[in-house]
Design a protein around this ligand. Sequence first.
Ligand SMILES: [Zn+2]
Length: 261
Amino acid sequence: MKDTVFSSRKLCPDTWLIQGDGCNSYLIVGDKRGVVIDTGFATENIQKYAQSLTDKPVKMAANTHGHFDHTGGNGWFSGAYMSAKALDIAKKPYPSLDASKYPVDYPVTVIGDGDQLELGNRILKVFEIPAHAPSSIAFLDTKEEILFTGDEVDSHAMLVWMQNEPQPSIEQHARNMEKLLTVRDDYKYICAGHEQVMGDAALVEEYLENDKRIMSGIEGEQMVMADDGPEDFVMYQIEYKRMSVYKNTAIGYDVRYILDK
Ligand SMILES: [Zn+2]
């Protein structure tokens, strides 16, 4: 395909990374159909691009969470799977984007813990892991042993919401990591929302270690907001925000929200 904003790379059989604008997208194909995990916010038709990579029908998108940099391309599909908690925000373009360029009139199928997306000899198992966003879910592909983690397990995990209070807790993130570790034998690789692509799944253990360090009283560094940070992200009360870097992980958090309240 020429003249497209998208590029792609085959990661393993029937599995592609697609990059356009906003986030990493992944095309996962089974014997019957394919789905695209996260759709970015390019204004070009990502469904058409994904369909050009496989003969199997690719009609549905699936979102790791409701942030628009992961949901903006959903409207090119016949529908999207997402958490019930994503419904409020998934169809709202960020202020800096031209809302008229995004089709948002698409049906949503709500998914949650225990659900499975059947692709034909390949399933994606759903695990709710809310912290970076209340709507976060991970998709486990037991066939190729990949865990798709969105923004919850990546080179950075920002546990900071765009409001004063409340904020997500480290304890909640730790609980999510423990949940993902209950099925640790089923995956070897992490495919995340922005940075990690076929990364070592030991990252999940390292995040749990980092969470536990913070809970034990080891405080991260004062957070500084990068000048080239995301245009639409407003950081509230930065004096309470810390960054804890440990092994291959980095957790941004609010020092008032280490344990559950
Ligand atoms: Zn996000």
